[in-house]
Design a protein around this ligand. Sequence first.
Ligand code: SF4
Length: 384
Amino acid sequence: MEDNFVAHQLSPSSWSRYEECPRKYWLSRQRLPRKASMPAAMGTAVHNSVEDICNLDISDREESEIGWLPPTAKAILDRHWALEKATFLDTPRHPRWKDEMITKAHDGLVGALNILFSKSRMEKTALSEVSVGMWREVQSMVLANEGTLVSECGRLMGRLDLLVADLDEEGNSLGWIVADLKTGKPPKIDLNEKVSRQLRFYRDLLKQNNPGHPPLHAEGWYSANQTVHRADGPSVLDDAMTAWEGMRHSETPLEGTPDSQSCGFCEWKAWCPTWWAARRDGTLPPGGVFRDEVVNLLRFDPQSGAALFERAPPLGDDGEVGRSEQKFGALLRDQALTHMRELCDSNHEGPIFIGSAKADGKVMHLGDWSEVLPWTPLLKSIRE
Ligand code: SF4
């Protein structure tokens, strides 16, 4: 048997991360403090609620009962929302929790249930009018939900949202639909290549694992506008296997490929020297109103949150930084202030990474949306 046989598995998200920037993927495998995000928490709450509603035990209820679905869905969402909130606030790095986003989550859940209902080929009905009997029919169409798919070789894996029967107008099954629920922005026309590939990945794994499968296709279900997008195209499993090879564990960091897109949303900047060197070299633009910096702290008043920073320019490409004449004042509030106080109390003396500092005036502003972390370029794996 090969070394590390199941030590790494490629999933659609790790594949995308690796493709965006191999170093980002490498850092994501280092068990560094995770960062929670509001869209991800919202997506999980909606997904888990859909799963629970699909699995709901309604065997002891009256067939004709109506008016039960909206309050049941809301109660289920409220429960998952509270669970997500607890996980989010427990995650070492997190911005402010936005309770008000539950409205969007609720709209997403209603959108998802409507798509599910439309797939049952029953006449379009408001959710408040869906009877217990009708929902039983929807449930009978769902063949599986939230299953884990693993390839025969164990190297590829994905979490399947829904596998439903593909029904025609008369309710006869034509085959299977593997569906992935999307709570993000729907595509204007076609699915982007990354999403299409992710959907085909589920499709192809399912085909591989079920040799006698009926006709099968993959769809993205966008809850925001209740649109369904089908992903067609050749198998992606060979490409996935090639990527898997490159994603093997490595003691030294994989190469970084900095650009505005991948670095913009990268949560591992405090551990990556590459983007900072790319900023110096002009290959990565400085960003707009919200920007990231590596700084030396010259003065800090823990009471008012006023700070004076000096930009710490990179020396070489491995994260070492120096001194400069570029000084700027900043005002820290809320979480940013707490984190800076903690950093000072821990007697941290080296450079500091500040993420998402708002630079729209003479003084920078840091708040709940920002990050304050020790600058810790990681040049060797810390995985056991
Ligand atoms: S900051 Fe940019 S270069 Fe560094 S790991 Fe992230 S995406 Fe890659």
